[in-house]
Design a protein. Structure first.
Ligand SMILES: *Cc1c(COP(=O)(O)O)cnc(C)c1O
Length: 354
């Protein structure tokens, strides 16, 4: 990709690659040598730079810290069989970042800043993109308000940063989840559809409490009646009932997941019926009891597909069909991985070779 931004590059003196143990890559802890940064000032994006990954000096008054104007994205890059690097559906993440920016009254980002920032970072840290099976490079764009002003109003300056982490395959035991009926993640008129910092901080106490009760995760319900399934921690939810994929429709309280969209398109192409609609807790529990619910799983960039083995509701635990017996979601997940790793034809045009 041509660099029309004239990105200024400062190379890291010494690469940390040699001393990095790729067999020990806890999520989000190991960063590549560099990062991409840009500033929004005086109404325009400027100061495009690749810098050594490290601290950025800033005023403790920046409004992101006080009032939460902060948004992020998460996507992955994969080494292809010919050694090139592909980023999966980056256009969707770009569009969603700007959707989040609009909702949080922040500056939006031009497509060339987002895309060329990613390309420049991957190019300089190409040696960090793992080529081992099922590994990837996780990309974390983040934008936050930098006005050093305590007044409550939209900031006039922002910083955009892209970080990258080499990531190991994500293995997870099937999840035991609790349907949350007290705390909520988002509400009508709120910011649930934005990937914004406050949605994750407000979820921390409820999640820690659920974990103390022995669950891995929560299923959030609607804030109005606590009757409908919304989504999980940082993943959307899908159920297979009577052979059809049933998933909560995207609405202002639910994040529009790229993996969710991808799985729906793949499922349809494989002849599976998909229903995007409100999903009542009662429907899910009845389908578990009468055996028509054969699979339940969470979908997101980190894990692709994570099976759910047990769902607890108001103190009663419901055990689902044995994850080992499930065939539909593993088949879709395999097709998705084959596309991401360039093993099978990219018939939807999802791979962007950087
Ligand atoms: C990021 C996220 C998802 C999953 O989105 P992907 O684009 O598939 O990674 C789902 N729900 C929430 C709340 C999220 O933050």
């Amino acid at each position: 990709m041509k660099d029309s931004l004239n990105i200024k590059t400062t190379k890291a003196g010494q690469s940390r690659l040699a001393e990095t143990d790729f067999r020990d890559l806890p999520f989000g802890k190991v960063f590549t040598d560099h990062m991409f940064v840009a500033d929004f000032e005086d109404g325009e994006w400027k100061n495009f730079e690749i810098l050594p990954y490290g601290p950025i000096s800033m005023s403790p008054a920046i409004s992101a810290l006080h009032y939460g104007q902060a948004i992020f994205e998460g996507m992955k890059a994969y080494t292809q069989p010919d050694g090139s690097v592909s980023v999966f559906r980056a256009d969707k993440n770009f569009a969603r970042l700007n959707k989040s920016a609009v909702r949080m009254a922040m500056a939006t980002i031009p497509e060339d800043v987002f895309m060329q920032g990613i390309a420049a970072l991957i190019n300089i840290d190409k040696a960090w993109v793992p080529s081992e099976e099922n590994y990837s490079l996780y990309l974390r764009p983040v934008m936050f308000a930098t006005d050093p002003v305590l007044g409550v109003r939209p900031s006039s300056s922002y910083k955009f940063v892209i970080l990258a982490n080499p990531s190991a395959p994500y293995y997870s035991n099937p999840l035991r989840v609790k349907i949350e009926t007290h705390y909520t993640r988002s509400d009508n008129g709120g910011v649930g559809a934005a990937k914004t910092a406050g949605n994750y901080s407000r979820a921390m106490l409820p999640t820690v409490e659920a974990q103390a009760q022995g669950f891995d995760q929560l299923i959030w319900t609607d804030a109005k009646e606590n009757k409908y399934v919304e989504e999980s921690g940082a993943a959307n939810l899908m159920f297979i009932i009577d052979g059809k994929i049933v998933t909560p429709e995207v609405r202002e309280t639910i994040l529009d997941g790229v993996t969710r969209d991808t799985i729906i398109l793949l499922a349809k192409s494989m002849g599976i019926t998909v229903e995007e609609r409100r999903v009542a807790i009662s429907e899910v529990l009845e389908a578990i009891e009468n055996g028509t619910l054969t699979e339940a799983f969470a979908v997101g960039t980190a894990a692709t597909v994570t099976q759910i083995s047990e769902i607890s509701y108001e103190g009663k635990n419901h055990v689902l069909a044995d994850p080992a017996t499930r065939t539909v979601s593993p088949a879709i997940a395999k097709k998705l991985n084959d596309i991401r790793y360039g093993v099978t034809a990219d018939e939807f045009g999802w791979n962007w070779i950087v």
